[in-house]
Design a protein around this ligand. Structure first.
Ligand SMILES: *[C@@H]1O[C@H](CO)[C@@H](O)[C@H](O)[C@H]1NC(C)=O
Length: 449
């Protein structure tokens, strides 16, 4: 198959799986007459399960994705989407929706296969062009789904259940498309020629039994992965930015997971107003995209000491203030506006952090490092969820939760203000220190074996 056709099919898959007009009305649907769940049930018993499930699925799916070579994971993702929407449409009760969140966690974890698949199918120079297409496909899918949902709701064409039927049709088409895709012949970790050649002398002639052939490959794959990560994280700046990336992503993930509950609580007081969740999410997606784009083209030298730290600290402090306002305010328009600002500034700084991490990594290590960073973010998110949100923990209502997230961003902000001051102070004292260290990947550390 020609790579252009393949890219088109993968982008179409990305569009279809993201085209879920019901997405912005999940809480409204679950608390509505279709399911009759209470806001406390979805907030403190159902939504927390997604975080735990995502954490549990992440590592096995990360390893398995590479091991089975991507395409089967896309099929599994499609099938799980269908399972999730079947539960949404036809099941009742808290337990069913807790199970739905377990499925949703699997979907989120298998998202890595979407990018990794094309990465393995096309050559290096094509990949650079293609990656912007695959991202755009997701964004366009999401944006058009949010807008479609908003228009259908605003003009009273459909109710939330009917929106879920559209989502079901769309993800089912994505599933069928995934079935037609071909598996790539090699992968990064377990079927890579690169490290197989290096380890040829480790007695591959010793056992020829076919069931045992896979075992050493898997072990070698894990060893290879471990060495790659050790090399990647031996850079101090990679560690520092990864920590920021993980903590900020964690806060953003919590806000995204519970924002609809907040709006549900605020709008429940006046029943006569339409809810604008879809429009706000579409707007938020769009201005985040524009923010990242504009930021990327600004003629600023980001390696100037202390500059990016200062910007990140400022954004964290702003987000802290914004989230606190959201937790205290009972005006839906204030909440919508602050949320849009939160999303746009978060995406902009996180793209800056991603840039800082990526500039000292190779294309291969990039994927591993962001896998580990996502895992760190999820560990923190799980802790926050258990302590703050879950019924077994503090069991906080959604408004109090948001003020806590405000405090959380305040702490990260303070941390980065200190880092910024320290960096400026250190560089002010010794102006001859070369700040842009170049990390050479071509000469790996000699292995003392
Ligand atoms: C939810 O509650 C409403 C009003 O009490 C009732 O009419 C409806 O049948 C209930 N739906 C379900 C699925 O239990």
């Amino acid at each position: 198959m020609h790579w252009k056709v393949l890219t088109f099919l993968v982008c179409l898959f990305g569009f279809l799986k993201e085209f879920r007009p019901s997405e912005a009305y999940m809480s409204a649907y679950l608390t509505g007459p279709w399911k009759n769940l209470t806001i406390e049930e979805i907030n403190n018993e159902i939504y927390p399960i997604w975080t735990y499930a995502y954490l549990l699925w992440l590592v096995p799916v990360f390893l398995l994705t590479d091991y089975v070579r991507y395409q089967p994971i896309l099929v599994i993702e499609g099938a799980t989407y269908i399972a999730t929407w079947s539960i949404l449409l036809w099941a009742q009760g808290v337990l069913a929706f807790q199970f739905m969140e377990v499925c949703y966690g699997l979907i989120t974890a298998s998202d890595i296969a979407y990018y990794a698949y094309l990465f393995a199918m096309v050559s290096n120079e094509q990949y650079k062009i293609i990656t912007s297409f695959t991202r755009a496909a997701l964004l366009i899918g999401r944006c058009s789904a949010y807008l479609t949902g908003q228009l259908l709701v605003s003009f009273n064409v459909m109710d939330y259940k009917q929106l879920n039927i559209i989502s079901m049709v769309s993800v089912s088409m994505a599933f069928c498309l995934a079935l037609t895709l071909r598996r790539p012949s090699n992968s990064e970790i377990f079927h890579s020629k690169r490290h197989d050649e290096n380890n040829d002398k480790t007695g591959s002639s010793a056992n020829h039994e076919s069931p045992n052939v896979q075992k050493p490959t898997f072990k070698r794959g894990i060893l290879f992965l471990w060495n790659e990560l050790k090399t990647a994280y031996s850079d101090k700046s990679v560690i520092a930015w990864s920590v920021f990336w993980a903590f900020a992503s964690c806060g953003h993930g919590q806000v995204r997971n519970y924002i609809q509950n907040l709006w549900e609580v605020i709008t429940s007081d006046d029943q006569n107003g339409t809810i604008y969740n879809g429009a706000v999410e579409a707007f938020g997606t769009l201005i985040s995209f524009i923010g990242v784009l504009v930021f990327g083209f600004l003629p600023v030298n980001w390696s100037r000491p202390g500059l990016s730290e200062t910007i990140m600290a400022m954004v964290c402090v702003l987000n802290a203030a914004g989230l606190t306002v959201m937790g205290l305010s009972t005006n839906i328009w204030v909440s919508y506006a602050v949320y849009s600002g939160f999303r746009a500034t978060y995406h902009t700084v996180i793209s800056l952090a991603t840039l800082q991490i990526a500039k000292s990594l190779t294309r291969q290590r990039y994927g591993f490092v962001f896998g580990v960073n996502t895992f760190m973010a999820l560990v923190v998110e799980t802790l926050l969820t258990v302590i703050i949100v879950d019924k077994v923990g503090l069991n906080l209502d959604v408004q109090t939760q948001f003020t806590v997230y405000g405090g959380y961003f305040g702490v990260i902000g303070c941390l980065f203000i200190s880092v910024a001051f320290y960096t400026v102070y250190k560089n002010g004292c010794s102006c001859r220190v070369a700040s842009d260290k170049i990390y050479t990947l071509s000469d790996p550390k000699p292995n003392p074996a």
